[in-house]
Design a protein around this ligand. Structure first.
Ligand code: PEP
Ligand code: MG
Length: 586
């Protein structure tokens, strides 16, 4: 939309915060146009061979890109490696590759047309999946497919090497591999018409600290003839040829953002101690090795929750022991001696793994069905493979093993037996692994686990309270159901009483206890959690500085009074009033 002063403003998804102002560079990947033609029966073998060679060439290119990734800033190297690994897996005997091969044989068409048809089918089936993380893999599939298509049609790649320093890249679509090639010393931000918040392109942008906006409709049309563009990755805005006052306002915000970032990084250096001298351990929740750097920069004492299911969610086969080990090792080594709490697979419910879904059809109520520890114990081979990878990663630093969605001590016993069995095998085979065996802890995220915390404490070395699920299961509210989502409220006294019960059980047994649900990263809850007796919190890295600032203003003894009042409140609204009043006085 052009206003009277000649500026054009568009909106999209804010995927990576910050403001970039500069000349634009239109990235034209020259989408390969494909012509379909029939292949004679006696030439089908040769056509299949041509396709195989194009895939092999793509795998070689990916390996080359991997070595190039070493030139990226440290924060981006792991993200680049992770997404190139995803591309590699998508081209290694995957459904995509098998499907194309079958189409060439069955429909006697050329490899390019078969690839395009298979890509469309795979993309369609992924887009039908409700889970945004899985849906976001569409861009990875397209990226991997386009690479093979380029090889088949011998179309070259356009790199960013000749983009003038200080430019902003605009494109119809940017693959994660494109983002991985961006050198933040030359490219200061990017935007694309396609893409979403959860995709790897967005993850790369955040890892590189590049302001980025994706999903901007009409981006390239609006860019025509423009000299300057502003990418506002905090609010999801794009402005072409801003008027002088608009430009000045963005410059002020850019300076404020830089100051804010410096301030947050400076907070990382401050001790996490309450106003009355109580030390608090602040840890990070992460899913990917790419997040390790940010966790360290923002001052995490360790990783309180490493969710492993992400490794299973973006692919149609299962990661083998070696692949899982490599990913875990990258995190453990990246943390440089700080403890990494590795949670075993929490698949099921709203977290689906395509390769596992094939074995067990979804039950009538997935949140109450075959999920997390139940899944692992039902499929011991899967669990053993993961445990082996975890124990091996433990050879490289300090780790703990965390079991999700427990409801009984029997599950802990079974899991411990399996861990010991795997450890014996690894020892027999002379494989380097965690020694002594890592502590084994329980997620307290069902009412059964919270109310049975005294029994669980006798079997476990530590507790981590998952308030996201604990709230959902206690209040019987499915957060993904919009009709009741407004009733979801972790301030509910029933949830707080379960937390208090688990804290008491842990204290009596002398085992550590933390909270790693979303409320741990929400400063509104900090006083309440400290008051309930928690001394360890784990949250997404970006929340660490704000929670630290908050806790430094809190008097832990006064917070205890707040928690005592909250525990006797009648409803969530009453608790919220108490908490707001307390926080307002800080
Ligand atoms: C939780 O339930 O609070 C938790 C941390 O686990 P997840 O969000 O992965 O289910
Ligand atoms: Mg949970």
């Amino acid at each position: 939309m052009r206003n009277e002063r000649g500026e054009r403003a568009l909106t999209g998804l804010p995927v990576s915060p910050g403001i970039a102002i500069g000349p634009l560079h239109l990235h034209d990947p020259g989408v390969v146009s494909v012509r379909a033609y029939p292949i004679a029966g006696d030439a089908l073998e040769a056509e299949r061979g041509r396709f195989r060679r194009a895939v092999e060439a793509a795998l070689k290119q990916i390996d080359k890109l991997r070595s190039r990734a070493e030139l990226l800033p440290e924060s981006a190297q792991e993200a680049a490696a992770a997404l190139l690994e995803v591309h590699r897996q998508m081209l290694s005997g995957s459904r995509l590759v098998r499907g194309v091969d079958r189409r060439i044989q069955e429909t006697a068409i050329n490899a390019e047309a078969a690839l395009e048809a298979e890509l469309a089918a795979v993309v369609e089936s992924f887009q039908a999946i409700a889970d945004p993380t899985i849906r976001s893999r569409v861009e990875d599939i397209r990226g991997a497919g386009q690479r093979v298509l380029r090889n088949l049609t011998q179309t070259g790649y356009q790199s960013f090497a000749r983009v003038p320093a200080g430019s902003i890249v605009l494109a119809e679509e940017l693959t994660p591999a494109d983002a991985a090639l961006m050198d933040p010393a030359r490219i200061i931000g990017f935007a694309a018409a396609m893409g979403g918040v959860e995709g790897h392109t967005a993850i790369m942008a955040r890892a590189l600290h590049l302001p980025a906006v994706l999903g901007v409709r009409g981006l390239l049309d609006a860019a025509a003839g423009a000299a300057t563009v502003v990418v506002d990755g905090s609010e999801g805005r794009i402005v072409f040829d801003p008027a002088p006052d608009t430009l000045a306002a963005f410059r002020r915000r850019r300076a404020a953002f830089a100051r804010q970032r410096r301030r947050l990084v400076a907070v990382a250096a401050l001790p996490a101690v309450t106003d009355d001298g109580v030390e608090i351990s602040l840890n990070a929740n992460i899913d990917l090795p790419a997040e390790v750097d940010e966790a360290r920069v923002l001052g995490a004492d360790g990783v309180g929750l490493l969710r492993t299911e992400i490794q299973f969610m973006n692919r149609d086969d299962l990661p083998d022991e070696e692949q899982q080990y490599e990913t875990l090792r990258a995190v453990v080594e990246g943390l440089e001696g700080r403890t990494v709490t590795i949670r075993t697979l929490d698949i099921g419910g709203d977290k689906r793994a395509p390769a596992l879904a094939a074995h067990f059809p979804e039950g009538p109520n997935p949140a109450l069905g075959l999920r997390a520890i139940r899944y692992s114990l039902k499929v011991p081979k899967l669990f053993e493979t993961q445990v082996a990878a975890i124990l091996r990663a433990g050879a490289h630093g300090s780790i703990r093993i965390l079991l999700p969605m427990l409801t009984s001590v029997g599950e802990v016993r079974q899991a411990r037996n399996l861990i010991q069995r795997v450890a014996r095998r690894l020892r027999r085979q002379g494989v380097a692994m965690a020694d002594p065996l890592p502590p084994v802890g329980a997620m307290i995220e069902t009412p059964a686990a919270a109310l049975g915390a005294d029994a669980l404490a006798a079997q476990c070395d530590f507790f981590a309270i998952g308030t996201n699920d604990l709230t959902m299961y206690t209040l019987a509210i499915d957060r993904s159901d919009e009709q009741v989502a407004n009733l979801y409220n972790p301030f509910h006294p029933a949830v707080l009483r379960l937390i208090a019960f688990a804290v008491t059980a842990a204290r009596e047994r002398g085992i550590p206890i933390s909270v790693c649900g979303e409320i741990a990263g929400d400063p509104r809850f900090t006083a309440l959690l400290l008051g309930l007796g928690l001394r360890e919190l784990s949250m997404s890295p970006g929340s660490l500085p704000r929670v630290k600032e908050r806790l430094r203003a809190i008097d832990a003894a006064e917070a205890q009074g707040l928690a005592a009042r909250a525990l006797t409140a009648h409803d969530a609204a009453h608790v919220m009033v108490l908490v707001e009043h307390f926080n307002a006085g800080l």
